[in-house]
Design a protein around this ligand. Sequence first.
Ligand SMILES: [Zn+2]
Ligand SMILES: [Zn+2]
Ligand SMILES: [Zn+2]
Length: 497
Amino acid sequence: MRQIGMAGIMILVTSIIVSGASYLRGGNFEWAPGNTGFIYSAVLTLGFFVSIGAGVFGAIKEINEFLIGAGTSCIVLAIVNKLFANVLYSWSFLDTLWLLAGVLMIIDSVQVKRVKEARKLQELLKAEKAEPEHLLEKLDKLESENLKAQSDIMFIHERQIQEIKKQLWSDAKQKPELRKLLRMRLYNSPVVQEIIRRFIYQFVDVIEPKIESNETPTYSALSTLGDADPKKVQSALNDLVESGILQKDLYEKMIACPQCHRTSNIFARVKCPKCDSFKVNINRLMQHADCGAIYRNEEYYGPSGAICPKCGTKLSEESQLKNVGVVFECESCKSIFSDPNRAFYCRNCASEFQLKNSELTDIYSYRLSQDVKSEAKETLTVLEVADKIGKLGFTVSAPGTMTGRSGVNHEFTLTCSKKDKQMAIDFASAAEKVSTKTVLSSYAKFMDVPSATKMIVAIPTLEQQAKDLLNTNHIEHIETEDTNAIVEKIKGFLWSS
Ligand SMILES: [Zn+2]
Ligand SMILES: [Zn+2]
Ligand SMILES: [Zn+2]
């Protein structure tokens, strides 16, 4: 508990009460608004009261600006009183007390700053230790608030969202369950679905940036994305890389303006080392091989063709001239030099900067990680099927759980129901054929939910042995990734009597 500032205020209050009381008791008090001494005393008293108010407010609310203001005005008033007119408060020890009160308040302002910083750090540490569930909840809240927030609030949210995501992904490195959850969360985002569709259904191998000097790099493969906000797309790409779904490769390092941090409209400038002008011309020096004359390139060319200005030989071939170097010439100060200064100019914010002050922005290309290809494909299919089934009026959840006879809760890729009819569906995908082993894990769960209709969706096909196993046990199956075909089949079961 801080008491320094309060101590200062108490000293100030006590001293004013003591001095006021003794002044009144002395019988010297006289109501004389015309008297300059009286006016002066009144102003001084008022000043101390304002200082007390500001000090109390600053100490309680922990606002150091108020404490500094109150402390400083207290010191100034005490000095003024001491130096100029000791009319009302004639005791010099009071001046000392007021000085002390002022100093204490200023010391307290420093303390307040420290306390505040420590508290902030503690909150930060607490946030870091927070459970992933908490963080996810917070993330959901922030993201939904962000949709309707003003742009300045959005900016603060955005930073917080980035921090939370960073924490979650780093936690997920040790927790495969969390990793799976975060990936599912990602797959549910429309932007992410569109990005992955590019890889899977449009056979895009790599998403490369398109770099043009007048704009920030864009990804043309993603330009037709329904949600065109490039920030959202970039954020989705970052998340996809964190999750391991996409891999990024450094494509280019671009020079960005240190003022506005943009990479577009940055132009290289060649500058005169003498007068700093950028109106610099480059001259190629050419030597006539026969006579050894050296002139600037254009000096060889006149109305009658190419002629050596020294020996007058008509030059029939360019090869008679040899490039022996370059010189730069300043249009502004006419000086000639061989080593010009170099700078960059940003046309977005009209500022010039040196290479050493510039920022370098990494631009990446993206490709789908090979090991998640089937997972991504399956998930997209599942989400699309769930969406279509939901639109038909069925109750659907992906993933869905069902309690078995044994009392165990089983998770299926998809569960759907209509009145008393229930369906448990597992999706299984493989690069070529879905193995019996994969089907067996679903089979065990299916056996525990006898009342539900059971189905396996295999992408792309099933092994013969797996097919036999399913047929023998009367488990429905379909081998396709065509969502319409899957939906038709599900519809058939739920509507049949
Ligand atoms: Zn700029
Ligand atoms: Zn010549
Ligand atoms: Zn110059």
